[in-house]
Design a protein around this ligand. Structure first.
Ligand SMILES: [Zn+2]
Length: 296
C-alpha cells in the first residue's frame, strides 16, 4: 500500500513515497534525460516504489498540460513539447494505482492550502520560483484548475517594459524575464560566467553586481505580475517558494517595491507577499496531496 508523488519539472524529475504527514525522507531526483524522458521517469518511479504495491500516484507537471487527457506538453521539455500521455503511461506501469495529474502550480496551491502558509487563507496565489516558474490560485478555499488544467500560470502573464522572447512563442512573459533559466541567460549576456541557478544565487550572496542585477530584474517583474494577479483575483495573500525565494533582499526588496508601486485599488490594501515555508518541496508535496485525495 504505497502512495507516490512525482514532479515533472523543467530541469528533471523528483519522486518519493508519501507518508501520513505528506512528507518524505526518501525523495529521489534525476536531471532531464537527453533520451526519451519517460524511460528515466519510469525507472525513477520503480526505484521509489521499491517493489511495493502502488495504490495511488499523484503527478505534478510543468505546463501546459491537458488535464482531462492526462497529457503533458511542457514547453521546457523538448521531447514532450507536442504532448506525452503521462497518465496513461503511469497507469500501465502501476495498473492497480489511482493515477491523477495536475499542473505543478495547482499542486503547489494544494500544498500551501493543506499544510503551508495558506491554511487560513481562502483566496491566495502560490508561486514557485526556480528554473521554471509555477503558479496556482486558491479561490474560496479551493485550488482553481481551469478549463484545461492550466489556471494560475503566472509564468505567461505579460509584464510591461519587457520584450524577451518566451518558450511559449510570446514575448515579455514573466517566465522569459524572471525564471531561473531566464536570469542565468541574462546574467551570462552581461558577462557572468556561471552555469547554474545555485551558482548565480551564490554569486549574489558574494555581492556580484551582475547576479544582484539579475535577481533585481526578476523581483521587479514578479512584483508587477503579482500586483496584476492580485487585482484580478481579489486575493490578499501571495506565497513565494522555490529555490530562488531564498535569495534574500536581492530578490525580495525589488519585488516588494514593485508591488507597492503598482496599481493598488483599495481592496488590495491588506495584500501580503510572504516566503513559503515549504522550500523547494511545495510542488512535490502537492502531488502527494493529489495522490491522497485520489486514494480516498
Ligand atoms: Zn510565455
Amino acid at each position: 500500500m504505497t502512495v507516490l508523488a512525482l514532479e515533472v519539472g523543467a530541469a528533471g524529475f523528483a519522486a518519493g513515497q508519501v507518508d501520513d504527514d505528506i512528507g518524505s525522507d526518501a525523495i529521489r531526483r534525476i536531471p532531464l534525460p537527453d533520451s526519451e524522458p519517460w524511460e528515466g521517469c519510469r525507472d525513477l518511479l520503480l526505484e521509489v516504489a521499491a517493489g511495493t504495491e502502488v495504490t495511488a500516484l499523484g503527478i505534478a507537471c510543468a505546463g501546459p498540460i491537458d488535464m482531462a487527457a492526462g497529457v503533458v506538453a511542457s514547453v521546457e521539455i523538448p521531447q514532450w513539447r507536442t504532448g506525452f500521455a503521462i497518465a496513461e503511461a503511469a497507469r500501465k506501469l502501476f495498473p492497480t494505482a489511482a493515477v491523477s495529474m495536475a499542473l505543478d502550480g495547482v499542486c503547489l496551491a494544494l500544498a500551501e492550502r493543506s499544510f503551508g502558509g495558506a491554511q487560513d487563507a481562502m483566496d491566495s496565489l502560490a508561486i514557485s520560483l526556480s528554473d521554471h516558474i509555477a503558479g496556482g490560485v486558491t479561490v474560496g478555499g479551493f485550488a482553481v484548475v481551469g478549463r484545461t488544467g492550466n489556471a494560475g500560470s503566472i509564468a505567461h502573464m505579460l509584464v510591461p517594459g519587457f520584450d524577451e522572447p518566451c518558450e511559449c512563442g510570446g514575448r515579455g512573459c514573466v517566465e522569459a524575464v524572471a525564471s531561473g533559466a531566464a536570469i542565468r541567460r541574462w546574467a551570462r549576456g552581461q558577462g557572468w560566467s556561471g552555469d547554474s541557478l545555485s551558482a548565480l544565487l551564490a554569486s549574489a550572496r558574494e555581492g556580484d553586481d551582475i547576479a544582484l542585477a539579475a535577481l533585481g530584474r526578476a523581483g521587479t517583474t514578479l512584483g508587477k505580475a503579482i500586483s496584476s494577479a492580485a487585482a484580478l483575483l481579489d486575493i490578499d495573500l501571495v506565497i513565494v517558494g522555490g529555490s530562488m525565494a531564498s535569495a534574500g533582499p536581492a530578490l525580495w526588496k525589488p519585488l516588494g517595491e514593485a508591488v507597492a508601486g503598482s496599481s493598488r485599488p483599495g481592496y488590495l490594501a491588506g495584500l501580503r507577499v510572504l516566503p513559503s515555508q515549504l522550500g523547494d518541496l511545495g510542488v512535490l508535496a502537492g502531488a502527494g496531496v493529489l495522490a491522497l485525495l485520489a486514494s480516498k
